[in-house]
Design a protein around this ligand. Structure first.
Ligand code: SF4
Length: 351
């Protein structure tokens, strides 16, 4: 890494500090490296919500050897996702509002550490909704950080920023990448010796069609949905039952473990008696008919599936426990209440 370091632009001998939003993907890593090459002191920030995490960002920052901050923005981000000012992309991804929120937060960190500017690995034209000139400008304006955001990978294709004019960063040594091709980035990665980085996309569940279908259904059925409700969407099969409550059926051990931590005191848990099967979370508020259907679904996905009927143990609020004898749900019942199947990328992220 050291041989790639050079001195700051001649126009300044100050210690220039930049705060970059990094996802951990290749583009964000390259943006850091391009600025580090100018001797700029780079601090990275990664945000956490139920829709995306910080693991990749942490790994990227560690491999670059830079200071890294992880900020959980779950509460305000969820509120925004329910009603984004600038709408959604192809799925439930409100990228303009989301980026604006992230830059606003990064701006707070910049002030705290007396930094000079912000940056990201965005590439002009790479994503149609959020990475066109108009959208990039809109994000700047909405974030309250106008003139302070540099996109090192595409800077030469964008209007010169105040940061460049002030000499905090040397525009000549920034790049002019544009479009969806990854060729330039791959060449740059090779020149930096970066060979371990995640494939593009796959980092945000809001761009996943299957997850988005379930999230939309959740917001419609339950406008007050909490972060816990959203986190449940990452696990298992989902069914909306007649009274409006939801049953989540674990698919495998990991789902069952994930669900275990997501019960509230009002919820029911269902498991087949003495037969291997899923853990089922049934939301509080379920009525007797819901409990019966949830028991049938529990059996359908258990080793009891070929039997005429079997016993399900239902643990309810206040540590109550009872046994329900039911027949496994047939295809018609299962499909009638199923919300949406999970997609392959979503499964990859959570399995
Ligand atoms: S892809 Fe997800 S994390 Fe990225 S800006 Fe869009 S909504 Fe936010």
């Amino acid at each position: 890494m050291d041989e790639l370091f050079t001195t700051l632009p001649e126009s300044t001998d100050r210690n220039i500090k930049a705060v970059g939003i990094i996802s951990g993907g290749l583009d964000s890593m390259l943006a850091c490296r391009v600025l580090m090459d100018q001797g700029i002191d780079v601090t990275a920030i990664t945000f956490v919500t139920p829709f995306f995490g910080s693991v990749r960002g942490e790994a990227a920052a560690a491999s670059l050897g830079i200071t890294h901050h992880v900020i959980d923005i779950t509460g305000e981000h969820l509120k925004m996702v329910k009603a984004p000012k600038f709408g959604y992309g192809r799925n439930m991804n409100p990228c303009i509002d989301c980026h604006a929120m992230m830059f606003a937060k990064a701006g707070e960190l910049m002030e705290e550490i007396s930094g000079h500017f912000l940056f990201s690995g965005e590439v002009l034209g790479q994503r149609p909704m959020s990475q066109n000139v108009k959208a990039l400008r809109l994000v700047e304006k909405e974030s309250g950080c106008e003139g302070l955001i540099v996109r090192p990978l595409s800077a030469k294709r964008l209007t010169e920023t105040e940061v460049e004019k002030a000499g905090f960063v040397d525009r000549e040594r920034l790049l002019d990448i544009q479009g969806r091709s990854r060729k330039r980035q791959m060449e740059l990665a090779a020149s930096y010796g970066l060979n371990e980085f995640p494939t593009p996309g796959g980092g945000c569940l809001l761009t996943d069609p299957g997850f988005s279908t379930r999230l939309k259904e959740l917001f419609e059925a339950s406008p007050q949905a909490t972060a816990t409700d959203v986190t449940r969407l990452k696990f298992g099969r989902h069914f909306r039952l007649p009274s409006g409550s939801k049953a989540v059926v674990g698919r495998h051990e990991d789902d069952n473990e994930g669900l275990e931590g997501l019960f509230t005191p009002d919820d029911y848990s269902l498991q087949v008696e003495d037969i291997t099967g899923p853990l089922v979370l049934l939301e509080g508020g379920a009525d007797e008919a819901d409990i019966r259907i949830a028991a049938a679904l529990t059996l359908r996905y258990s080793r009891a599936v070929g039997r005429r009927e079997a016993v399900v143990i239902v643990k309810g609020p206040g540590k109550t426990e009872r046994k329900v004898t039911e027949a496994p749900a047939d295809d018609e019942i299962t499909e009638r209440y199923r919300i949406a199947r999970r997609t392959a990328p979503e499964r990859q992220q959570n399995e």
